[in-house]
Design a protein around this ligand. Structure first.
Ligand code: ASP
Length: 496
């Protein structure tokens, strides 16, 4: 890493300082052999690049520069380079008001997401930009993108709001870094934010939508970089015809601890037994792996349990990536596996950390309720939701039970198991006529325990739930006894 603190700096009036880090990418590339048609583009040194933006410092902004010793095509950028970028920012964080990272477009969304998770208590803008055409060309988007990035990072001198986030500034858009995706290899507007509004629009004037920004960290929480990333991760895209044996082969690899599974539509996957067995073995084996479900669709959200084709994933322990981009999901998985263990992995992934998803999913795990031998007329279990859960933000609540068994029932007997929330059960009460009866599982007993799920009426959930312990009581049909392997309450809440 090369750094120059003062070169090229121009300071007028307000003392706004930004640090520009050049990592490579088309923005700073020129043909390997000048003048030779078809010569491949290769990254140029920082000094050459800066010659093409005369006046970049004429705006009341003092610039400091750093550069990768060898600027890279971003196809070669990986976790060690994310760490180098984060370290460069950490080293000069106190001295600057904002940061610009010049970066290739191909993997910029991954870098932006990774930096968003690695940077804790970020109170200043970190702006990534690049370009579709090199800065050395007369017709290029590079100068405009570079200058716009400098303006956003130099918010103080520009009389703009501070964005205390990692963002991508490209063409006319300001995009939250962990929401950005490269959507075009040819258009000026190479990036988009499919599942979240733009943080700002760039035109004749720059408009920042302050209501959409992440809040700045409390003043007593200092900026720090979390360098712990687990690189033993993979992304697997489903396709029609993918065989369970192929999936098992990949999941069986020793150096794979986590997988982002890119599924169909709202999080769906085949329910073919060999395929599901591969997933179950990987997730519930002696060294359980973590699997996060994101959609292959450009836009939208995973809703596991909506279709039977995704319930099977949920039952086997696949975690919901909600509406995260694949880039955000992969880097969040790396960061989470680098920092958390056990059930805390799911808790961290399913809750928004940097505004990378629109909803939080809090899984309240109540555990098992007896067994075939200890089945009872009703079983009460208690558990507290995660303290981050806010009832006012609740958007959906779903009760799920696994290995639900009935003792004393005849094969083929139709029955209904009911669940009561924060109240002892009333005999004969139903969801229709009882304020405390929140779920019904109609079933035909075939002699084998079953999995069931039921959404709770939102008004009921809001009325019955308080800040503390939640008590669920599962009741058997009259004259029968019930048990279950696991009881879960999935609480979906708007992410702030
Ligand atoms: N291959 C280049 C890179 O990502 C493309 C670009 O910058 O637009 O480094």
């Amino acid at each position: 890493m090369r750094r120059t603190g003062g070169d090229g700096k121009i300071m007028i009036g307000t003392r706004t300082r930004i640090f520009v880090l050049y990592t490579g990418g088309t923005i700073g590339m020129a043909p390997l052999e000048a003048g030779k048609p078809g010569s491949p583009l290769v990254p140029q040194p920082l000094d050459k690049l800066l010659e093409y933006v005369p006046g970049i410092g004429d705006s009341g902004i003092e610039l400091g520069f750093g550069s990768f010793a060898e600027p890279l095509d971003s196809s070669n950028v990986g976790p060690q380079h994310w760490k180098a970028m984060a370290r460069a920012i950490e080293e000069v964080y106190a001295d600057y008001d904002g940061f610009v990272i010049l970066h290739g477009t191909d993997t910029m969304a991954f870098t932006a997401s990774a930096l968003a998770f690695m940077c804790e208590n970020l109170a200043k803008p970190v702006v990534l930009t690049g370009s579709q055409l090199p800065i050395f060309r007369p017709r290029t988007d590079a100068r405009q993108n570079f200058v716009n990035a400098v303006y956003i990072a130099g918010w103080k001198a520009m009389d703009l709001p501070c964005i205390p986030e990692v963002v991508v500034v490209f063409a006319d858009k300001v995009i939250r870094g962990c929401r950005a995706r490269k959507v075009s290899s040819v258009a000026w507007a190479a990036f988009d934010s499919p599942n979240y509004p733009l943080l700002g629009n760039i035109g004749e004037r720059i408009r920042i939508h302050t209501a959409l920004l992440q809040p700045p960290p409390p003043v007593d929480q200092p900026f720090r970089v979390n360098f712990e990333l687990c690189e033993e991760v993979m992304e697997i895209g489903l396709f029609p015809g993918l065989k369970g044996s192929q999936l098992a082969g990949v999941l069986g690899l020793e150096n794979v601890r986590g997988v982002v599974l890119r599924t169909f539509g709202a999080g769906n996957a085949p329910d073919e037994p060999e395929f599901l067995r591969a997933i179950a073995e990987a997730l519930n084996g002696p060294e359980p792996k973590t699997m996060v479900n994101v959609t292959q669709c450009q836009e939208g959200m995973v809703e596991m349990g909506l279709y039977a084709a995704s319930s099977a994933l949920l039952e086997r322990g696949v975690i919901s990536g909600l509406d995260m981009t694949p880039e955000a999901a992969l880097t969040k998985l790396m960061w989470t596996l680098g920092n958390q263990q056990g059930a805390r992995i799911a808790d961290q992934i399913q809750v928004s950390q940097r505004g990378e998803q629109s909803e939080n999913l809090f899984d309240v795990r109540f555990g098992p309720g007896g067994s075939g031998e200890t089945a009872r007329e009703s079983i009460e279990v208690r558990q507290s939701p995660d303290p981050r859960f806010e009832l006012t933000k609740l958007t959906r609540a779903v009760i799920r039970v696994t290995e639900l068994g009935i003792a004393g029932a005849d094969p083929g007997e139709a029955m209904v198991v009911r669940v009561f929330l924060n109240c002892p059960p009333t005999e004969g009460a139903t969801v229709e006529d009882d304020a405390y009866c929140v779920a019904e599982f109609p079933m035909v007993w075939e002699g084998q325990p079953v999995q069931e799920a039921c959404a709770i009426d939102l008004t009921k959930a809001r009325n019955l739930m308080g800040p503390g312990l939640l008590a669920l009581t599962v009741t058997a049909p009259a004259g029968r006894r019930v048990w279950f392997g696991g009881l879960y309450l999935a609480l979906f809440a708007q992410a702030s």
